[in-house]
Design a protein around this ligand. Structure first.
Ligand code: PLP
Length: 390
């Protein structure tokens, strides 16, 4: 029997979001009427014209490898989309297509981070950031935001977290799990610190198109001088309801993007050719479905904020301005997030993600990517359940 797993993999935590969703699915399979407030993907179907493009791709023989970093016409479409939707200027050579935004982040961190490097990340953070940094040998450094600031990172917080070892700053606006969106002034101030300290910036903009109170700006659009040290991560997963198609994008300095391509050469090769054709249709076709989905999420956001406001033991610091999550303070329930999430699922049949996975044990993430009626029933159950707690 060979000896066990590597230290590297032993240190990796399972994803808190995937774990609770799997448990909820299992309970549903047993016939239980679980309400899923734990989801991390739009409940909308991929628009029909995108599916048709994939069917046509299969029938037309687009079933072979493409270049590792994507079809040239898709890279061009991604560059065009960055210009059109985010005001960013990239050449196709500065773009790589990846198997989901997750792979774009993973590649970027592998390319830039090594032993001894500290990576700043606003906390609450998306579950995978610290694990990706650890897998690269780096040290994740939480920069805790304040609920009173609506969980929006401030430049002062970034400045005071910097040390001589700080190498990179991870940004995520709109954010998972809080829905916080950074305004132009804050992005500029944070960007200036990155310039002054010579930090890499990896900006995860996967929720950029789902912003409810005005557009979510990209740090690179507000401070173009950052271009030589900034990587932008995006993809079709959330905006086009295409999570299962696994197409993400990485854009930035050509040398770094090419390095990420070399990693991809030896890891996964190209993303699915069929999915790339579908993504091409998504980016170049009718954008109405994206706008309709964003409008619907905004409506649900408003309903959720109103309903949560009536739950006595749960608090929401600020209305989420983007994405499709709200991060609820559950300290008034007397339970920590893991215990509450487990009991809520087992006793009230509502799935929600404990904040511990995002670095906060007194918060719970609920999402509004489910039918409105079901969402409201789920929140009512949360109210009843927490009311019953001693
Ligand atoms: C903040 C954030 N970044 C990246 C991803 C990964 O996206 P993809 O499904 O395209 O890999 C997610 C998915 O939940 C996310 O919430």
């Amino acid at each position: 029997m060979p000896s066990g797993l590597t230290r590297r993999i032993e240190a990796v935590q399972p994803s808190a979001t995937l774990k609770i969703t799997a448990l909820a699915k299992q309970m549903r399979a047993q016939g239980k009427k679980v309400i899923n407030l734990a989801g991390g993907e739009p409940d909308f179907d991929t628009p029909a014209f995108i599916k048709q493009a994939a069917i046509a791709a299969i029938e037309g023989g687009a079933t072979k490898y493409t270049p590792t970093t994507g079809l040239p016409e898709l890279k061009q479409a991604v560059a065009d989309a960055f210009r059109k939707f985010s005001g960013l200027s990239f050449s196709p050579a500065q773009v790589a297509v990846t198997s989901g935004a997750k792979q774009a982040l993973y590649n970027a961190i592998q390319a830039l981070i090594q032993e001894g490097d500290e990576v700043l990340m606003p906390s609450p953070y998306w579950v995978s950031y610290p694990e990706m940094v650890r897998l690269a040998g780096g040290t994740p450094v939480e920069v805790r935001t304040r609920p009173a600031d609506g969980f929006r990172l401030t430049a002062e917080q970034v400045a005071s977290a910097c040390t001589s070892k700080t190498r990179c700053l991870l940004l995520n606006s709109p954010a998972n799990p809080t829905g916080a969106v950074l305004n132009e002034a804050t992005l500029k101030a944070i960007g200036r610190i990155a310039l002054e300290k010579g930090l890499w910036v990896i900006s995860d903009e996967i929720y950029a198109r789902l912003s409810f109170d005005g557009p979510a700006r990209s740090i690179l659009a507000v401070l173009p001088e950052l271009a030589p040290q900034t990587l932008i991560v995006d993809g079709v997963s959330k905006a086009y309801a295409m999570t299962g198609w696994r197409i993400g994008f990485l854009a930035g300095p050509e040398k770094v993007v090419a390095a990420c391509g070399r990693l991809q050469d030896h890891a996964t090769s190209c993303p699915s050719h069929i999915s790339q054709r579908a993504a091409l249709a998504a980016l170049t076709g009718e954008q109405g479905p994206v706008e309709a989905m964003a409008r619907e999420f905004k409506k649900r956001r408003d309903l959720l904020v109103e309903r949560v406001g009536r739950i006595r033991k749960v608090k929401l610091a600020a209305a989420p301005a983007g994405a499709f999550y709200a991060f609820l303070d559950i300290s008034g329930t007397g339970l920590d997030a893991d215990a509450l999430a487990e009991r809520l699922l087992k006793e009230a049949e509502v799935a929600a993600v404990p904040g511990s996975g995002f670095g906060w044990t007194d918060h719970l993430r609920v999402s509004f990517c489910l039918d409105t009626k079901e969402m409201l029933v789920g929140l009512d159950r949360l109210a009843e359940f927490t009311e019953k707690l001693k």
